[in-house]
Design a protein around this ligand. Structure first.
Ligand SMILES: C[S@@+](CC[C@H](N)C(=O)[O-])C[C@H]1O[C@@H](n2cnc3c(N)ncnc32)[C@H](O)[C@@H]1O
Length: 380
């Protein structure tokens, strides 16, 4: 097995959660940077991290890193990297790119130069003049940040938020990776009561159920690197067996998703079924103002409408007032609310215990976390 430099990419604000997840998977030697977490691992690490990471966007193999301020430099330094170690003769290797605060700002030029340099490097190693590109997909990324070029190959294929359970979505679904982050930040455990009163297509409770069952989020999907010749199928088999061995069949105690919209709930039930957690979540039609529970302690984790569109201000204000009323009546519960609504703390009548800036797509939001009192310790 070879030692590789790997990168788990993440949307802004989630990097430290990805690093925590990596540590728990046994990859503790991490370096957290903007939008990515670097770690060392082998082929098996590629399989395991793709299957298990809940909050990362992708897993990449780093091929090299250097500074470049001219196209010549970009070409020569790219060509000097050991591409044939990673790319078999027949692979398909499109190049995508991005450039932030760098002298080489034309992304399409950088992509074209990297493609040319990789072809030259492969020609030299394989003694070939032409590459059919009819084999496995190995998408290269050239990323420039302040003139530092990072070249990597994507091992995931579709982004890791695509768990394979969400065939259907409502108008404004959360990305599964962000929903998982909200549940993690709320420190949810299966013996804690949990309600999402604006559950829409069910993403938050479904991610909570996956965690409760210790179900790997990638269990029901495939990854680009499953077709790579240098990752033996034995590694994938081992990693997939571990996924099955670690499943916990016990149902979570009390996991509920409610929404005003019956159509959304139909989708949520469908998605929960596809995720294999139907029996663990109770979905119910309910207006938030009618939310009550017999449980003394628990967590509300939710993503209400933000009212981004003109003319929705009054409706949205009313909705947050209703949520604030619910919080008053459940004053021993903790509340975790992701929203871009700027007056939440005012409507809730106090500052959140903690807040964290997160991006929902390109909308800047805050994750307001109001901690309720600790439940008394259980007598053994
Ligand atoms: C931003 S979406 C939630 C998306 C969800 N997190 C997902 O991933 O699909 C907000 C949800 O609030 C629901 N909603 C709006 N007004 C409501 C009310 N008064 N009571 C309960 N749910 C409401 C909408 O039907 C919608 O599904």
């Amino acid at each position: 097995m070879s030692q590789l430099e790997l990168l788990a990419t993440a949307t802004f604000g989630l990097e430290s959660l990805v690093a925590d997840e990596l540590r728990k998977l046994g990859y503790g030697d991490t370096r957290v940077e903007n939008g990515k977490v670097a770690f060392a691992g082998d082929e098996l690490a590629i399989c395991r991290t793709n299957l298990w990471l809940r909050t990362a966007a992708r897993v990449r193999v780093k091929v090299g890193e250097f500074t470049a301020t001219t196209f010549d430099e970009l070409f020569e330094k790219t060509k000097a990297l050991p591409w044939a170690r990673f790319l078999p003769k027949n692979c398909e290797f499109p190049v995508e790119g991005r450039s932030v605060q760098s002298t080489l700002f034309s992304v399409s030029d950088c992509q074209a130069i990297v493609k040319k340099a990789v072809v030259e490097s492969l020609k030299r190693e394989y003694k070939l003049e032409w590459f059919p590109e009819d084999g496995p997909l190995m998408k290269i990324e050239v990323a420039l940040l302040k003139d530092v070029v990072t070249l990597s190959i994507d091992t995931s294929g579709a982004g890791l938020h695509q768990r394979g359970y969400r065939a259907l979505a409502t108008g404004a679904p959360l990305k599964e990776t962000l929903a998982a982050a909200l549940v993690m930040l709320a420190r949810y455990y299966p013996d804690i009561a949990f309600i999402d009163p604006f559950c829409g297509s069910g993403t938050i409770p479904i991610e909570a159920a996956l965690m409760a069952h210790n179900m790997a989020p990638g269990r029901k999907r495939n990854f680009a690197s499953e077709k790579w010749p240098w990752i033996s199928p034995a590694f994938w088999n081992q990693a997939r067996e571990e996924v099955e061995d670690r499943l916990k069949p016990e149902k979570p105690d009390y996991l509920i998703g409610t929404d005003i919209d019956e159509g959304a709930l139909k989708i949520a039930r469908h998605n929960a079924e596809a995720a294999g957690v139907t029996d663990s979540i109770h979905f119910q039609r309910l207006e938030v103002k009618d939310l009550t529970t017999s449980k003394k302690y628990g967590k509300v984790v939710t993503n209400p409408p933000y009212g981004e569109r003109f003319g929705e201000e009054d409706e949205v204000k009313q909705l947050y007032r209703e949520l604030a009323q619910v919080r008053k009546s459940l004053d021993t519960w903790s509340f975790y609310v992701l929203t871009s609504y700027p007056h939440l703390e005012k409507v809730f009548g106090g500052k959140a215990t903690k807040r964290r800036k997160l991006y929902n797509g390109n909308i800047e939001t805050q994750y307001y976390q109001y901690f309720g009192p600790r439940p008394p310790r259980r007598q053994s």
